[in-house]
Design a protein around this ligand. Sequence first.
Ligand SMILES: Cc1cc2nc3c(=O)[nH]c(=O)nc-3n(C[C@H](O)[C@H](O)[C@H](O)COP(=O)(O)OP(=O)(O)OC[C@H]3O[C@@H](n4cnc5c(N)ncnc54)[C@H](O)[C@@H]3O)c2cc1C
Length: 343
Amino acid sequence: MTPLPAVIRDGSLARCNTFGLSAVAAERWPVGSLDDLRAWRAASTGRRPIVLGGGSNVLFVAERIERPILHIQLRGRAVVDAAGDSVLVEAAAGESWHEFVLWSLEQGLSGLENLSLIPGTVGAAPVQNIGAYGVEITHTCEAVEVFDLEDGAFRWLSSAECAFGYRHSVFKRLPPDQQLITRVRFRLSRRFEPVLGYGELRAELARAGIEAPSARDVSNAVCAIRRRKLPDPAVIGNAGSFFKNPIVEPAVADRLIATHPDCPRFPGPEGRVKLAAGWLIERAGWKGHRRGAAGVHEAHALVLVNHGGASGAEIWQLAQDIRDDVAAKFGIRLEPEPRVITD
Ligand SMILES: Cc1cc2nc3c(=O)[nH]c(=O)nc-3n(C[C@H](O)[C@H](O)[C@H](O)COP(=O)(O)OP(=O)(O)OC[C@H]3O[C@@H](n4cnc5c(N)ncnc54)[C@H](O)[C@@H]3O)c2cc1C
């Protein structure tokens, strides 16, 4: 029988989440192989675990997490099919997302460059269909392998079955933590077609004097912008954007714009309108707000921060107050982007 992975009992999660919250995990099981996973399931008491990758999109509200945490550390990446210009590659769930992007560029493949420097793991990327600078993984993700914690079977889901949407996928619709992602496949290209719809990205390339960028140039430009703009979790705890940009019916957007003509609006899916959550929060007066050690970043209204020593409950209370205030002022209900773990 395969031995169980070594469990870490009553350990701090401070280094396992980018908010730097020092919640305690009753049981954290590092999962380094598929055998670890099978062994854990065989020995499990039936209590549903929490699946954790890099912890860059979670908020631990509870001070102590009683449910077992499966900490995904599966490694490996490979070219699966290199015939032709379109190349199939795969990576195990515990690989660092950014390292995987850099590896794909080293193979001469493009498609992921705009998603450079997004924190976290490959396995979490499909969960919210990560996106940045006009690209989401739905554009290149071909299939996702899952381990069903209920029946113990491995299955491949096609991209269509993943039902990707804006910061959304089937994994957010299913009961949480039932389907553990073990591997992800991407269809990348040897022929580079830049996606440069974002003015900021074009400006960054122009500043560097690059007229006909390579995929590597685009990746470097994205990294430069992100390093300049986004707060580094190693310096100040955060989980990136805390709220999703709301997608509303055109009539709702029209009503808002009638009273706030400077409110930015963008085309959304299915004829709907995407509004800027950051604008709503800033206009409601929360940018730079600080309550104890919990706060709203002074340059980014969308980023909630831990100035040092905040609890998850304090950050969550601040988030709820912001959400209620924005709803009262603009009639728009914001939804958190990170997973909020309360038990
Ligand atoms: C500074 C900063 C900038 C960011 N910028 C962006 C951005 O530009 N675009 C963007 O989309 N996101 C962004 N994010 C959010 C975050 O990087 C992504 O959501 C990332 O995919 C989370 O990866 P993770 O491994 O840290 O996941 P975790 O935080 O560990 O988990 C997130 C969710 O995925 C689930 N999960 C994790 N691994 C698995 C698995 N193997 N199988 C099943 N479920 C799993 C967890 O249960 C949880 O529900 C940013 C975060 C930070 C801190």
